[in-house]
Design a protein around this ligand. Sequence first.
Ligand SMILES: Nc1ncnc2c1ncn2[C@@H]1O[C@H](COP(=O)(O)OP(=O)(O)OP(=O)(O)O)[C@@H](O)[C@H]1O
Ligand SMILES: [Mg+2]
Length: 321
Amino acid sequence: MNEESHQSMQSVPSEDLDPPRHATLSAVPVAQLPGTESAGSGAMGPTGRPLPDFPDPAPLSSHGPARIIAMCNQKGGVGKTTTTINLGAALAELGRKVLVIDFDPQGALSVGLGVNAQELDTTIYNLLVERGHEIHEVIQATRTPNLDLVPANIDLSAAEVQLVGEVAREQILARVLRPVVDEYDVILIDCQPSLGLLTVNALTAAHGVIVPLECEFFAMRGVALLIDTIDKITDRLNPRLHVDGILATMYDSRTLHSREVVRSVVDHFGEQVFHTVISRTVKFPDATLAAEPITSYSSDHSGANAYRQLARELIARGGAA
Ligand SMILES: Nc1ncnc2c1ncn2[C@@H]1O[C@H](COP(=O)(O)OP(=O)(O)OP(=O)(O)O)[C@@H](O)[C@H]1O
Ligand SMILES: [Mg+2]
């Protein structure tokens, strides 16, 4: 039995969710890979639904107030940081003013945008835990026009413990962001892989949340807990919070397994799943090493076009201006 037919006999594990309905998989032709196809022709997209056309949005004549979006999944390595960088860069290409917030002590977002945050004296950490700082002191322009960064470094790992005793400890990031909300069109927060107090702060500050899911066997593990956390925050802290979309990442159209994961995610979450799917390609780690978004590192690559399509889809859904 070859590997593909062996995999096809297993369902994608999602022990904490209802069992998926086993929809019949139709093969996704390579020509319809996200970002490379001419969309809108009614052709089937990689999520098993007809792929709509996402037109170029009208240019903005003025900026702000920003829509704040948290990139969130407590599972590690699913593409949160890669999506923050490249969705941010793709929105910036569309003339949107974008601020990305590194909210992970690992500082991968800062590194991926060419900022050596370990050497910085003031970062998001100081804004959160010390009085007398203002966010404008910390914002750095990146090499991508319209894309600015609030960096983080390992100092941020102490914030969670330090904030526990604060009054309104869940609302501290919302307060930190307030002075710049009118200057940007979109603010993306790159969360760390946990559901701790920092992530709760991100979800409390946000209007929307994007959940990247890696197309692999355990993709759905923990998603029920994440949705439960989002529901609790919507109930208790932030009634405006909305799931903007679930994004399938590291998709490999050649494997039945990858297609099966996407179909099972669509079975569970329906229209919440973005039509845009991000394929697995070594260009993403390559671009990170070069400290650039893929949209400039390899502008014509299908991965760059996939994030451009995601930007247009997000705007078409009302998730950004
Ligand atoms: N579509 C993709 N194809 C191939 N590699 C990818 C893709 N997206 C991300 N990667 C790589 O996978 C690794 C994890 O991605 P990323 O850092 O974006 O995930 P993360 O969810 O932010 O991780 P963490 O939870 O550790 O913060 C990185 O090395 C990144 O370059
Ligand atoms: Mg990350």
